[in-house]
Design a protein around this ligand. Structure first.
Ligand code: PLP
Ligand code: COI
Length: 341
């Protein structure tokens, strides 16, 4: 298999159309067999549920080329089960979890020429998604759905790679109490667009959202969960039922405990205590671990002692261990790595 001629080391986080994608349709109460197709465009009725009432959910995971030349992906079973949770919350039929993993494997295999080479710093981002496709005009769930997966080679999510970010405490909420913040629904991201455009205009890389009920606790950013490191090397990460249960964060909790022998606290984190932490990072599939150097809260600055030049030392250890596992440089816990080729 010959790789495509792409400037792998200089890719941003953008969409590059690849050769093929997976599609399966749900009708009369059942999913069809699904197929690999070449057409990247979708034609739908003007009244499709996705257009009128935003009935759409998605997932995000990555495939990597390992040091010894295999193509693998990271914990796709957890994306399958999170997508099933998202589907249930939006009254959509879940795509069977085993078929989800098989479809990921198929799409990546068929697009192997687009999987960035080992050491390039790029990866193949995999985007499964599902939408209501038949006409609905009364507010109700659709009866027919389409599940698709496309892939696109990507570089770092934040420009500047591993340089610490400056973020702001947002005045907007990303999720409601008892809302949909814990699932990966397109509507949550639509909610965040004005907030992220505003933050970018003001020179910030991201927003720190607070809990929508009391606005005193740290939730997450628009596309990643938070991790904090205490001055005595504990990992602290916010627990909330209105944040997305990040697979990266759950993996880091395991890595911290079992590879780095760290103490971990998954608990509510008050905005007030953030000034006492030694390091802060954003974690997610796209973000991997992106260090935060400064958090601006309405004119008052919280400057993390790890500074603005590089990732803090404990964050770096977590980063090296996680990416070491993902890229096959370190032994992975049982079931974390799915070999594709
Ligand atoms: N939080 C939000 C809002 C996200 O969009 C993402 C990205 O998927 C994450 C957190 C990180 O989740 P994961 O580590 O599963 O990619
Ligand atoms: C991901 O990390 O997979 C996401 O979906 C986050 C998004 C901001 C790109």
């Amino acid at each position: 298999m010959e790789k495509k001629q792409l400037d792998w080391s200089n890719l941003g986080f953008g969409y590059i159309q690849t050769d093929v994608r997976f599609v399966s349709n749900y009708k009369d109460g059942a999913w069809d067999d699904g197929a690999i197709v070449t057409d990247a465009n979708i034609v739908l009725n003007e009244c499709a549920g996705v257009f009128q009432y935003a009935q759409t959910i998605f997932e995000g995971l990555k495939a990597y080329t390992t040091e010894d030349g295999h193509i693998v992906c990271f914990r796709p079973d957890l994306n399958a089960s999170r997508m099933a949770d998202s589907a249930r919350r939006l009254e959509m039929p879940a795509f069977p979890e085993d078929r989800f993993v098989d479809a990921v494997v198929q799409v990546v295999r068929e697009n192997a020429a687009y999987v960035p080479p080992f050491g390039s710093g790029a990866t193949l981002y995999i985007r499964p998604y599902m939408m209501g496709t038949n006409p609905v005009i009364g507010v109700k769930p659709a009866d027919e759905y389409m599940f698709r997966i496309f892939v696109t080679p990507v570089g770092p999510y934040f420009k500047g790679g591993a340089k610490p970010l400056t973020i702001k405490v947002s005045d907007f909420d990303r999720a409601a109490p008892n809302g949909t913040g814990h699932i990966k629904a397109g509507l949550n991201y639509a909610m965040s667009l004005h907030a992220i455009v505003t933050a970018h205009e003001e020179g910030y890389a991201e927003n720190m959202y607070l809990d929508p009920r009391t606005r005193t606790k740290v939730e997450e950013t628009g596309g990643a969960n938070f991790i904090f490191i205490t001055k005595d090397n504990r990992l602290v990460t916010p627990k909330s039922n209105s944040i997305l249960p990040s697979i990266t964060r759950r993996s880091l909790v395991y890595v911290a405990k079992h590879y780095l022998d760290m103490e971990v606290e998954e608990r509510e984190v008050l905005l007030e205590e953030v000034k006492d932490f030694a390091e802060c990072g954003l974690c997610g599939t796209a973000a991997v671990i992106s260090p935060v150097g400064k958090i601006v809260d309405h004119g008052s600055e919280i400057c993390l002692p790890s500074g603005m030049d590089e990732m803090g030392p404990v964050t770096k250890k977590l980063y090296d261990t996680l990416t070491g596992i993902q890229m096959g440089r370190m032994e992975a816990p049982e079931g974390w790595i799915k070999t594709i080729l």
